[in-house]
Write a protein that binds this ligand. Sequence first.
Ligand code: BDR
Ligand code: CA
Length: 315
Amino acid sequence: MVPRPIIIDCDPGQDDAVALFLAISSPDELDILGITTVTGNVPLTLTQRNARMMCDIAGRTDIPVFAGCEKPMVREAITAEYIHGNTGIDGVSIFEPDTPLQEKHAVEFIVETLLDAEKHSVTLVPTGPLSNVGTAIEKEPGILQHVKEIVVMGGAMREGGNRSPSAEFNILADPQAAEIMFACGRPITVMGLDVTHQVLSTRERVASIRALENSVAEATAGMLGFFHRYDTKKYGSEGAPLHDPCTIAWLLKPELFQTRLCNLSVETGSELTMGHTAVDFWHVTDRPHNVHWTHAVDADGFFELLTGRLARFGR
Ligand code: BDR
Ligand code: CA
């Protein structure tokens, strides 16, 4: 099998970090062309450093990492240190990574890489605010014909918001960029809170990962241990939702998920409901179907996949 070329656009973030590990552990299926970073969970200076740290921990200092937009397309930046800690990846020890930061801006990398690629060949995997993706599409709409599909973490329907009563963090952080992306016309699969809230990193699951006794598994267990504290209190659940790795898991094993083709529109007008994703799950409008909305997941199967892949990093 020829591995699928992907660009991961992220804001690590403990769960982004686990998504990176899951992707790096799967070279037969995924060819990571680059990792682009954006201001999100923490400012850009930290998200780009954190992405490079994860490449070091996973032994892939050769993956090109780019820094992108420091600010959303229109609004002021929001961050989430109260969830992720001041470093964005509290739970692991911080070090200066060997993986270099590329000079090119992330948006330039996305545009150039897509324009150079075959038609409908590259998969975009955004797991943070969509500022880089939205800016790239606005700058050079011609890139879209080179996109195979987009698999994105963001939005919510039944679960309501996690950053405001109506909105999920990634979409609220840059609703205008999200609106551009969802209107782009390429196939989009969405991992919103309705599904990520089913993927709970319980103590038992984290213990199984820790028991693998390799540095990637230890880093994962450390970060999830930290992540656990805030979210279990907030949701009264047995573990924190592991949002971002759902995107990579879908690329590796789509049969774990159930999706429905429908319309998703982003609220960009009302301050009260800014960033809300109006998902027309029951097809009550004639708005065009622009997303595969994911609504169910085999969570045990997900953790089996994750644990199995992290075991590949050895003992
Ligand atoms: C999303 O926001 C961030 O906190 C996580 O990394 C994830 O991408 C969940 O709402
Ligand atoms: Ca994220």
